[in-house]
Design a protein. Structure first.
Length: 228
């Protein structure tokens, strides 16, 4: 973990899990957490991106409310995560992400991927922040609220057909109506949180396909393609 100073007026310093790229650097990736903090699923995702050649930052998004918060994916963890999310200010979150972009940008293009809460924040970041090469948003439940915010950078979205929280066809239709250029992928065998390996709602084939699409999307938008 490293400390990064937010671009918010309070100058708050938040923690971020940082990983250097393995091999030749292909770009920087900001991984935005679910509401459960920098848990082992996010840590695994950070490692996954680093092994692909990216410098990675996963900011601890609720540090203002509870520094270093990490919760289990159970009812107690969900309740606390929802509470902290309700206390957090979107403007502070965007300012923290802006600081992460500034940290990575001197060394190459900066990409964002985010999950659930992070998927929704990825959409807002794409529309409201500068300096992002591309965003891959996973199952962002709040995207429907912000669908009229036009992205400044390329973005793709991923949803699970079996997600009980986000009707896949409904959110796809809303995105296509408001932002017809945004690709939306629906994964037939997956529910919510399907990037989390080992979860009951995660289909390994779907997760692998979404990761492949995300990597190809980042390469198409400026990441070093890793070719030797």
């Amino acid at each position: 973990m490293i400390q990064i100073k937010s671009e918010a007026a309070d100058g708050f310093e938040f923690g971020a899990l940082h990983a250097q790229p393995v091999g030749e650097r292909r770009g920087g990736v900001i991984v935005i957490q679910e509401i459960f903090g920098i848990d082992h699923y996010i840590s695994e995702d950070v490692s996954r991106w680093a092994k692909l050649g990216f410098e990675v930052l996963a900011p601890s998004m609720f540090d203002r409310q509870k520094r270093g918060f990490v919760a289990e994916h159970d009812s107690a963890g969900l309740t606390e995560g929802v509470s902290l999310h309700g206390q957090a200010k979107v403007e502070d979150a965007l300012a923290d992400l802006a600081a992460c972009i500034a940290y990575l940008a001197p060394r190459g293009p900066v990409f964002i991927t985010g999950y659930c809460y992070g998927g929704s924040m990825g959409w807002q970041a794409a529309a409201r922040l500068d300096g992002i090469a591309a965003v891959s948003s996973y199952y962002g439940g709040m995207i429907a609220q912000f669908v009229d915010l036009a992205p400044k950078c390329p973005i793709i979205c991923h949803f699970g057909r079996k997600d009980p929280h986000i009707p896949a066809d409904g959110i796809a239709a809303a995105i296509h109506a408001a932002q017809p250029g945004v690709p939306v992928y629906i994964y037939e065998n997956s529910g919510h949180g399907f990037n989390n390996d080992g979860r009951p709602d995660s289909d390994p084939t779907d997760a692998a396909l979404a990761r492949k699409r995300t990597l190809e999307f980042f390469v198409a938008n400026g990441a070093n393609n890793g070719a030797k």
